[in-house]
Design a binder for this molecule. Sequence first.
Ligand SMILES: *Cc1c(COP(=O)(O)O)cnc(C)c1O
Length: 287
Amino acid sequence: MASVVVTLDGSVRAPDAPLLYADDLGAVRGDGCFETVLVRDGAPLKGRAHLDRLARSAAALGLPAPNDGAWWAAMQRAAMLYGEEAGGAEGALRLVYTRGRESDPGTPTAYVTVSPLPERARRARTEGVSAITLNRGYSTGLGTDAPWLLLGAKTLSYAVNMAAARYAQEQGADDVIFTSSEGRVLEAPRATVVIARGRTLVTPPAEQGILPGTTARALFDAAEDKGVATAVEPLFPVDLVMNDGVWLVSSITLCARVHTLDGRPLPDAPMDGTVRSLIDAGIENTP
Ligand SMILES: *Cc1c(COP(=O)(O)O)cnc(C)c1O
């Protein structure tokens, strides 16, 4: 159960009270977009970056442009209420924006929830994860050639992402790294892939049908600030085996080192500590 629920008109809802109508298109078609935002000490981290991406996702879906001021206020309010309740502990905040009711076209549904940090995220941060590579069956050009596939939007149609994560679990792995039909490394179902090659951090280009991650962006900004080299270039399956570290980075888990890939242990990651402190600096400094 969420600890805090705030709707876009600023009202605080009882977290265990029903909120959606049965014909909400978010529920019946997954038609909408969302963001997950880390809350620390009662404040959202990189809130601006998340609201900007929510606006881009909404535009891709043809939803009305989100009311930025109302979202900002609801997000701050929800984070603050959670911070008071949880004594400053970290929480997972969601921005949910759906097309609204089938019977009331043109009125989106919009709300914010905050829940305690999932145990899975805590464990992935401290212990790392095992992952398997899975073919997503898309070519890298599809993101730009087929905008209706919404590859660059964070949509509520997440059933495939969750099915891939369950498939990994059935194979005894914690997570998935998707590859394209021509065998390029794409992303994880809920995170961006970053590798180290020597002392250089590398991530594949978002133009290859990858969601532009706000955490990877914050990491790369902090790296550039501190003189750590970065590169955005296509990655191949061999890069997941021959490297100096592989991480899955995302807003809630922040950083999960991949210690095992397709059942084989990966090389040591001498930059693990550096990547973690760069992410921490990056998310604190990103508006
Ligand atoms: C949310 C998400 C990410 C990570 O984005 P962050 O902004 O870093 O949280 C990466 N890939 C996909 C598919 C996602 O849904």
